[in-house]
Design a protein around this ligand. Structure first.
Ligand code: ADP
Length: 500
C-alpha cells in the first residue's frame, strides 16, 4: 500500500498531465483562451491548472457523443456493454487510491475517508450498475382484442430505449463519485455522456475519462469539458442533441437548468439542496444517535446535501445529547485533508469559510445560542470549527436556509406535542433526507411516513447504497438516482402494440 506522501506526489504529477479537455477519446485543446486554476483548500495554493471550454467545445463533445451513440455504443449488446464496464471496474479499483488523493487535494475532503468508505461506495456503485445491462427487460401483457381491428389479436409490449446523449453537471464535494454515479448508469444504459465538472474540482473526471478509454470504451462515449457553469454548463443544458441532464448542485442553479432544459423537454434528474431533519426521541440509543449526528453533520466538512443540519431533540434527553455532541466535536482534528490525523478538512474556498462565519454570527444575532465552535481556524487552509447552535425560533435563516458548512442547529421538542415537531420538521422548502432515532418501531414507522423527504432513515441517517433510490422532494429536486429507478432514468420506455 502506498503511503500518503507517495500518493500526493503521484497525484501532483498526474494533475500536470491532465490540463486539456477530453473529447472523442483524446485530450484536446479548448477553443477558448481560458483556464481554471484549481486551488488546494488545505494550503490555499493553486495546485493544478486546466483548460476551460466554451460553447464550441461543448458542441464538439456533444457531436462526438452523438456519433458514438448512433454508430457504436448505443448499438452494442447489453453483454458487450457489461464486459467493457467490468474492465473499467478493475482499472478503477487499481487506481482508487490515486483518484481519492486527487479528489482530496482538489476538494479538501479527508483522504483517509476517501480511501476507505468513499472508495467502497464508489466501487459498489460502479459494480452494481455495470451488472444491469443484461438484467433489464420490458413487459409483455396478455394478448388483447381491440374493436378498431376486429377479429385480430394485439400483443402489447414495452421496451427500454436509451435516451441518447446525456449531459452530466457535477458539484465539487465528491467529484469522482458524481462523475461515476452519473456516468456509469448512463453508459450501462447505452447512452453516451458529456461531463461538465465543477470549476473547483476539474481533475478527477479527466483521469476517469482516460481510464474508460483504457478499458475499451469507444471514443466519444465519455467526454469531459471543464469550464464555467454559466458558459460550458449552460451550453450543455441548451444543446439540442443532449436528451437528458443529470445534475447535482444548488437549488438556485437547478432552477436555471430546469428552465433552460425544460424548453425542449429534456429529461432531467436534479439533486439539489437540503436541510435535513434528524429527530431524536427520548427512547433513542443516544450514543448511537450522537455518533451519527456528528458523522453526518461534519461529513464532507459539512458540505453535504444530506447534512442533518436540523437536530430535533426530545426535551428530557437534550442536555445529555448536547454533552455527547460537544465531546465528539472536541475530539475532532480539523486540518489539511491529506494529513494522517485529520478527521475534518477545510471548506472549499476562502469565500465559503467567511460565508459560513457570517451565517453563524447572523444566527447568533437572530437569537441562536452558540453551544460549540463557531469560528474560523486561522491558517493557510480554509478550516472552520465544527459548530453547534441551539436554535429555537424556526423562522430565522439558520433554521430555513442550507448552510453547506459544518454547522448544526439543535431544537428541543416535547413528546406530548408531536404536531409542533412535525410542523417544524416539515416547515422548510427542502425535502432530501430525514431521520428518526427511537427504540419504538411504531414511532419510527409513523414519523417516517409523515416526514417530507425523499430518503428517511430510522436509526440511521443519509442511508446510501447503490441499490437504494435516492433523490428529493420539494426544492430538493426531481428524479431518483441509484437503484433500478436510477438506471431506468436513462431510458425512454416505448410501448409497442403488434397486431396479428
Ligand atoms: P455549488 O453552489 O455547490 O458550488 P452550483 O450549483 O453553483 O454548486 O454548481 C454546481 C454545478 O453547476 C457546477 O458544475 C457549475 O459549474 C454548474 N453550473 C453553474 N451555473 C450553471 C448554469 N447556469 N448552467 C449549467 N450549469 C451551471
Amino acid at each position: 500500500m502506498q503511503s500518503g506522501q507517495q500518493l500526493i506526489d503521484q497525484a501532483r504529477s498526474v494533475a500536470r498531465s491532465l490540463g486539456a479537455l477530453y473529447i472523442n477519446g483524446a485530450q484536446v485543446d479548448s477553443q477558448l483562451e481560458s483556464t481554471i486554476a484549481s486551488v488546494d483548500p488545505s494550503s490555499g495554493e493553486v495546485w493544478a491548472t486546466v483548460q476551460a471550454g466554451g460553447p464550441d467545445d461543448i458542441n464538439r463533445a456533444v457531436e462526438s457523443a452523438h456519433r458514438c451513440f448512433e454508430n457504436d455504443w448505443g448499438k452494442r449488446s447489453p453483454a458487450d456493454r457489461e464486459r467493457v464496464l467490468r474492465r473499467f471496474v478493475d482499472l478503477l479499483a487499481e487506481n482508487a487510491d490515486l483518484l481519492a488523493t486527487i479528489d482530496s487535494i482538489d476538494s479538501g475532503v479527508v483522504l483517509s475517508f476517501l480511501r476507505t468508505a468513499g472508495t467502497g461506495l464508489l466501487l459498489d456503485t460502479v459494480e452494481y450498475f455495470s451488472g444491469w445491462p443484461t438484467k433489464l427487460a420490458g413487459q409483455n401483457f396478455a394478448p388483447t382484442q381491440f374493436p378498431n381491428v376486429p377479429g385480430r389479436t394485439t400483443q402489447l409490449t414495452t421496451v427500454f430505449e436509451p435516451v441518447g446523449v446525456v449531459g452530466a453537471i457535477l458539484p465539487w464535494n465528491a467529484p469522482s463519485t458524481f462523475a461515476l454515479t452519473k456516468g456509469i448508469p448512463a453508459l450501462a444504459a447505452g447512452c453516451t455522456v458529456v461531463v461538465k465538472p465543477a470549476e473547483q474540482t476539474p481533475l478527477s473526471a479527466l483521469f476517469i475519462a482516460d481510464l474508460f478509454t483504457q478499458a475499451g470504451l469507444p471514443n466519444g462515449a465519455y467526454n469531459v469539458v471543464n469550464g464555467a457553469g454559466d458558459v460550458a454548463g449552460a451550453s450543455l443544458v441548451k444543446h439540442p442533441l443532449v436528451k437528458k441532464i443529470t445534475f447535482t448542485g444548488s437549488t438556485e442553479v437547478g432552477r436555471i437548468i430546469a428552465t433552460d432544459g425544460g424548453r425542449d423537454f429534456k429529461r432531467m434528474t436534479l439533486e439539489l439542496g437540503g436541510k435535513s431533519a434528524f429527530v431524536v426521541m427520548d427512547d433513542a440509543q443516544l450514543e448511537l444517535a450522537a455518533f451519527a449526528a456528528n458523522y453526518a453533520g461534519y461529513f464532507l466538512n459539512g458540505q453535504f446535501c444530506m447534512c442533518p443540519s436540523r437536530l430535533f431533540v426530545e426535551r428530557s434527553v437534550r442536555d445529555a445529547f448536547v454533552g455527547m455532541l460537544q465531546g465528539m466535536a472536541s475530539n475532532m482534528k480539523v486540518g489539511p485533508s491529506y494529513a494522517d490525523d485529520s478527521t475534518m478538512g477545510p471548506l472549499i474556498t476562502r469565500h465559503d469559510q467567511h460565508r459560513v462565519a457570517g451565517v453563524v454570527s447572523k444566527a447568533q444575532s437572530d437569537g441562536a445560542e452558540l453551544l460549540y465552535g463557531g469560528s474560523i481556524i486561522d491558517g493557510p487552509g480554509y478550516t472552520f470549527e465544527p459548530t453547534l447552535l441551539a436554535v429555537e425560533d424556526q423562522s430565522i435563516a439558520i433554521a430555513q436556509d442550507e448552510t453547506f458548512g459544518p454547522v448544526l442547529g439543535l431544537t428541543t421538542f416535547d413528546k406530548n406535542d408531536m404536531d409542533s415537531l412535525m410542523r417544524n420538521a416539515n416547515g422548510v422548502r427542502y425535502g432530501l433526507a430525514a431521520s428518526v432515532w427511537t427504540s419504538d418501531l411504531k414511532t419510527g414507522h409513523s414519523l417516517a411516513s409523515s416526514l417530507q423527504a425523499g430518503v428517511v432513515s430510522v436509526n440511521d441517517h443519509a442511508t446510501t447504497s447503490a441499490m437504494f433510490p435516492f433523490g428529493g422532494v420539494k426544492d430538493s429536486g426531481i428524479g431518483r438516482e441509484f437503484g433500478r429507478d436510477g438506471f431506468e432514468s436513462f431510458f425512454e420506455k416505448k410501448s409497442i402494440a403488434i397486431n396479428y
